[in-house]
Design a protein around this ligand. Sequence first.
Ligand SMILES: [Zn+2]
Length: 256
Amino acid sequence: MTMPIMLIFFIGGTVIGSFLNVCIYRLPKNESLIFPGSHCPHCNAPLKFYHNIPVLSYLFLKGKCAFCGAAVSLRYPGIELLSALLSVVLYLNFGFSPKIIFYLFLFYTLLVLSFIDMDTQFIKNKTLLFLAVGGVALNGWLHIIPWNEALTGALAGGGLLLLFALFGRWYFKKESMGMGDVKFAAVLGLLLGWKLVLVSLYAGYVFAALYFILLKLLKKQPINNYIPMGPFFSLGVFFLVLWQKELFDFYISLLT
Ligand SMILES: [Zn+2]
């Protein structure tokens, strides 16, 4: 029975991924998510529905616009596939439980937030507000974490990064970290509770450090000389939400 359901989550994931692409592309420009319909960013020709089938259209059109032949970024089908895999992995972990609704919401939003952070180096207040309000509403309905943990989580996550930001400002004599990251950590704490958010932020810094070392080894500069923390914190949250027990056991086994 699980194979057909997995397929439904996969296909559903690509369709949602196609909408997430629209969000990633349009939200930073303050454009409507609905009007006008999808069009080629190069020649502005409106796309027919069969030009807009997740992943498949990209393959049929060989990565080119059907009208003007301009190359379509590999990122579009990439994000559709990412969203599909995310949906399947969450289904495999949580099955049909209240948690899957909560975490699908969380990770779809984090995916959009991460790519916008990579593109613009900015985490928008509106996106954070959407995440916070949506998460709180879902938690009120599904009871994923107790409210006292949510509140201490927001204080712990936001507080920790605020300390880092203040320390950075004092030590480097300049803004070393955006306030967007502080607010982001507070919202993550609100949705995860203090234990999970602190470990997720820690994991995010580890991922960012590994990325930085990799760039050094390859003798490359970070894009725009800037490492956005949004994607790394999101990655940390992803690993911790899905495999916290395994990761804790592994960590303990390193210490003993
Ligand atoms: Zn075109």
